[in-house]
Ligand binder design. Sequence first.
Ligand SMILES: [Zn+2]
Length: 471
Amino acid sequence: MDVCLRCVLRIGGITDYGAYATAARKSADTVEEIVQEAKKPKTTNDCSETCPSCLGLLQDETLTEIASKINEHVQGKDYDYDSFTLAVYLPLSLLVRQHSLLLTKSSDAVKKDEIVVSTKDAVRWSLGPMLEELLNAPYKPHSDLLIAVYIVHPDCSRDLEFLAPYSKSKSVDGLTIGAVELGLKSIADHEFKQMFPCPPICPQVPCYVEEISCSYSSVYIAGRYNKYSRTLSQTPWVLDGMRKTESSIQEMICDKLQARLKASGVKFSSSGREDVDVRMLGSGRPFVAEFVDPHRSKVSQQELCVLQKEINESTDAVAVRDLQLIKKEETSQLKEGEDAKRKTYSALIWSETPVTESDLAMLSGLKDVTLLQRTPLRVLHRRTLFTRPRTIFSMSATPAQGDDHHFKLTLTTQAGTYIKEFVHGDMGRTQPNLKTLLNGRDVDILLLDVQSIDINWPPPIENDQVKDHSF
Ligand SMILES: [Zn+2]
């Protein structure tokens, strides 16, 4: 029985991976000979038969074909890469064939699977150098460019049939690597030999590539945004397949960046979010945008500054600052200790009866008021019903321009405080509320702005001009 030279190396436990790059097919009979053969210089390259152990996968012509298909695929994707890594998915029948081969050649020198180099490693070691040459970039264990190759063989199901009872679904299709390994361990050697040919039979055709897919590590861009519109949602607002708003903060910020990075998708997240009718003023709200599968991932800080300027010039509704590349690990900063952070709001309040100076002074004198807020009615459909204690650290009430039925309330609160509900009481679900603090007087909130979010991240990049947007 002939196995290919790379399988000879594999089964001999040769881990000198340079040998795999240059190996060619050769035959041998016993494992001892196999190992001896493998250590000799290689000269022959007889590829007339398909190797019964690796289903031809490790033979030169199959490897060359796989490498050329991968190269074609990667070039077609036009990625901006400087290295690559490889994930190889192999037919499960290779495990069975290896088991069969080892049983055939078993002797004291071979302790079955223990010293064998896996087909997967052998593929990486053989294919890696070929691809390095074709793609003109080094193969690394970790790289931003991940190439996944799915190898199949038409005989796979037939080879695995006897292991079907080990699958959860009792069918070959439901078999996993774990189930195959468990099956092979559970079946006694003499029983195995009755169920599967030992040595394994040479297949008619070699295995082939079913699919190749590539993906590039996401690029993460952080920044802070201001929102000056009271009709803009943070993310695209789609209801029953129809857009409810023309644009969104996410699109206004990310569209240009996505086009520059040639990314296939965007995931936008921020430290909390304001309602559609609430403006975000002050130094802005920190956000992170993840750009998925970017084809042009290399972007300089200088370029980001230019893009930031373009974004800001394209709209009056949104402004961005401090745009910067961040590492994936840094994205957690956005949500870290979110509840402990302070936020400052300003609200324009209407009062049923005229407000006096002493009303305003009373409110301004309140410190560290603890509210008990039941989940507001307006968000009840997407949040669990719960009573949250939240603190208003300080308040300042000042007369508003116009008449004495209006005043401006500035509040510094614990993040997560529902301000609108604090003002109108939400049918008594927030206690105390502004109405109870003003002895039952009817009050309502007309306008709300977020003035500041107390998170010192991401770090400032440049000093932007802060526009005055007070009421
Ligand atoms: Zn082989």
